[in-house]
Design a protein around this ligand. Structure first.
Ligand code: AMP
Length: 279
């Protein structure tokens, strides 16, 4: 496994692989790797000749009051996990490498960045779209692997790839969960023991909703109300949003039908947790 720190070096490696007809898969992350990231690496490994993982805590996607400084960083552990998953290359750029002084370009995907997490995190998806566009240009992968846990991020990146003609296929990997259903996240480590116990009710609320939908309740307002009820009853979390939306456009749905995304964000203690299910 190689650790590559510059765009120039990565270009050389990717160009060499492409010249030999090798298929390149790419998994972008912010590190603090866990089994959710490992699922992306596994898929990438299985489906490609060259498996590239990037680790970069992207300052551009954090708001001024967010956790950029506190975001967990553990290079040693990340390298070990990447090795275990047979990653070929870790792209590990510095902030200066990614955003040299004088950078003036960002990418704004309109409309689908506005609801859900976009409302509470202005500028977040500009940071995400910009860094992913840069990473795609640096790595030039055939396939990009993203996690369903960050459903809005998937929708935004898919839209950007379409709108800007990036020659890459986007693959979305199902959410990996803890035994009690909590979606794995680097931010779960912000939770105290009691908060961690409460956090399991986010997924419990979503599965309760899913069961109710199967029983015939399709009114989005009722489903959202049911989820709110479970979270209020079992957690002291502050609900940021609970929404039934179209999985592609993220526009609100009044009726829960095929391709409806039920998504939520809840603050428990210091952690802002997100989760979703696709109906
Ligand atoms: P992050 O390091 O949190 O920016 O995540 C990097 C990638 O891993 C993103 O595509 C995430 O959606 C994905 N990811 C994070 N947590 C999970 C999870 N529990 N299951 C599946 N994918 C995940």
């Amino acid at each position: 496994m190689q650790i590559v720190k510059t765009a120039k070096r990565m270009h050389i490696v990717s160009a060499g692989a492409r010249a030999k007809g090798r298929r390149i898969g790419f998994v972008p992350t912010m590190g603090a790797l866990h089994a959710g990231h490992a699922a992306l690496m596994k898929r990438c490994r299985e489906e490609n000749d060259l498996c590239v993982l990037s680790i970069f805590v992207n300052p551009l996607q954090f708001g001024p009051d967010e956790d950029f400084a506190a975001y967990p960083r553990d290079k040693k552990k990340d390298v070990l996990l990447a090795k275990k998953e047979n990653v070929d290359i870790i792209l590990y750029p510095s902030a200066e490498e990614m955003y040299p002084a004088g950078s003036l370009t960002t990418i704004d995907v309109r409309e689908i960045t506005e609801p859900l997490c976009g409302r509470a995190r202005p500028g977040h998806f500009r940071g995400v779209a910009t860094v992913v566009a840069k990473l795609l240009n640096i790595v030039t992968p055939h396939v990009l692997y993203l996690g369903q846990k960050d459903a809005q991020q998937c929708a935004v990146i898919r839209q950007m790839v379409r709108d800007l003609n990036f020659p890459v296929q986007v693959a979305v990997v199902p959410t990996v969960r803890e035994a009690d259903g909590l979606a794995m996240s680097s931010r779960n480590r912000y939770l105290s023991l009691d908060q961690r116990r409460q956090a399991a009710f986010l997924f419990r609320a979503l599965t309760t909703a899913q069961a109710r939908i199967r029983q015939g309740e399709h009114r989005a307002a009722r489903i959202e109300q049911l989820i709110r009820g479970v979270i209020r009853e079992h957690t002291s979390g502050r609900i940021d949003y609970i929404a039934c939306v179209d999985a592609d456009t993220l526009k609100p749905r009044r009726i829960v039908a095929k391709k409806t995304l039920i998504a939520l964000a809840v603050r428990i203690g210091r952690a802002r947790l997100i989760d979703n299910i696709l109906v």
